[in-house]
Design a protein around this ligand. Structure first.
Ligand code: SF4
Length: 329
């Protein structure tokens, strides 16, 4: 018997977005902490939240990870992991000075943007970094070339931009922005700076754009879209905005199923469900169970992309894992 045959017909349904949840960079970062705990033993220090998700952070804490804000909080000689969002070069330097064993879990797609920033700065470009002020990723990328980079925080930030040479300017971006809003920011920048160059390849990552694309597909049919994700997760917050812009009547961000208010479902026939790139699928399954208990047991999964990308663990960790395996014989 299929689920549809076993689920009583209530006229209420869930449209479940696919792709959703964990991306390759988050998967790698979480595995990095887990493998480091197995290899070196607890405690393992992690600078900043490894990924922006409450549940993931609590789970790793229970296994022996200690989350800190800065390297100074890590005892000399201990192991520290840098989060998926990336760090400025001075953070590696501080770790060296404190003789920390540093493992870099920066997502390779963020590292790519760091490379671009270094390369254009070396060619003396002015770099307009589109991103959210204060976000860890932006702080890390800007730290690669502070004298060359200025932040453009969305379309309204365009008027403040000043450049030395309008023929030598490039824009780069944070990886987790709204695709549409970034296009708007770039269009406005190009009005002011017609010779503005674009990055060699998209900085907004595949996971961010795929999750936005599928939510745009389902939003027009939804009375409410529930996005599972944390408030400090840029790509999760963007999914709520994208859903509303694409026609969802309401949109809410929740960390956990129990945060869903019954009032949100009053009168609703179709509920959209998705999750940010730092969210394990068990949290989405709990949301589906919660909705099923309220009559939304019919679930239709809408798939718009097939994601197969994976990243290997950081070199420094792989090297130590290999050495440990060899020592065990
Ligand atoms: S959201 Fe994109 S950039 Fe961020 S960790 Fe995932 S794949 Fe990497």
């Amino acid at each position: 018997m299929t689920d549809a045959e076993t689920t009583p017909r209530t006229g209420k349904r869930v449209l479940l977005a696919n792709p959703r949840g964990y991306c390759a960079g988050v998967d790698r970062a979480v595995q990095t902490v887990e493998e480091a705990l197995k290899l070196y033993g607890a405690p393992i220090y992690v600078r900043k939240q490894i990924v922006h998700n409450k549940h993931v952070v609590r789970t790793l804490e229970a296994q022996g990870a200690i989350f800190v804000e800065e390297n100074e909080e890590v005892p000399e000689g201990a192991t520290v992991i840098f989060s998926a969002h990336g760090v400025a070069p001075e953070v590696y330097e501080q770790a060296k000075q404190r003789s920390l064993r540093a493992i870099d879990a920066t997502c390779p797609l963020v590292t790519k943007v760091h490379h671009e920033a270094r390369r254009f700065a070396a060619q003396d470009y002015d770099i307009l970094l589109i991103g959210h002020e204060g976000h860890e990723e932006v702080i890390g990328t800007a730290g690669e070339a502070p004298a060359h980079i200025q932040l453009v925080d969305g379309p309204d930030g365009v008027d403040k931009v000043t450049v030395r040479d309008p023929e030598k300017v490039v824009w780069l971006s944070q990886t987790t922005l709204s695709v549409d809003e970034t296009l708007e920011t770039v269009a406005r920048l190009k009005k002011r700076l017609p010779l503005l160059q674009s990055p060699p390849s998209d900085d907004i990552c595949y996971a961010t754009s795929n999750r936005q694309h599928v939510v745009k597909e389902i939003a027009p049919e939804c009375d409410v879209v529930i996005v599972v994700g944390s408030r400090n997760s840029s790509n999760s917050v963007r999914l709520v905005e994208v859903a509303l812009d694409a026609g969802a009547r309401a949109g809410h961000l929740v960390d956990f199923a129990h945060e869903i208010e019954d009032a949100w479902l009053t009168g609703a026939r179709t509920v959209g469900v998705t999750s940010g790139a730092s969210v394990p699928d068990e949290l989405v399954q709990q949301v589906l169970a919660h909705l099923a208990e309220r009559g939304f047991g019919e679930v239709e999964e809408i798939t718009t992309a097939d994601e197969r990308l994976t990243f290997s663990l950081p070199q420094e960790l792989k090297r130590d894992m290999k050495a440990a395996a060899a020592a065990r014989g």
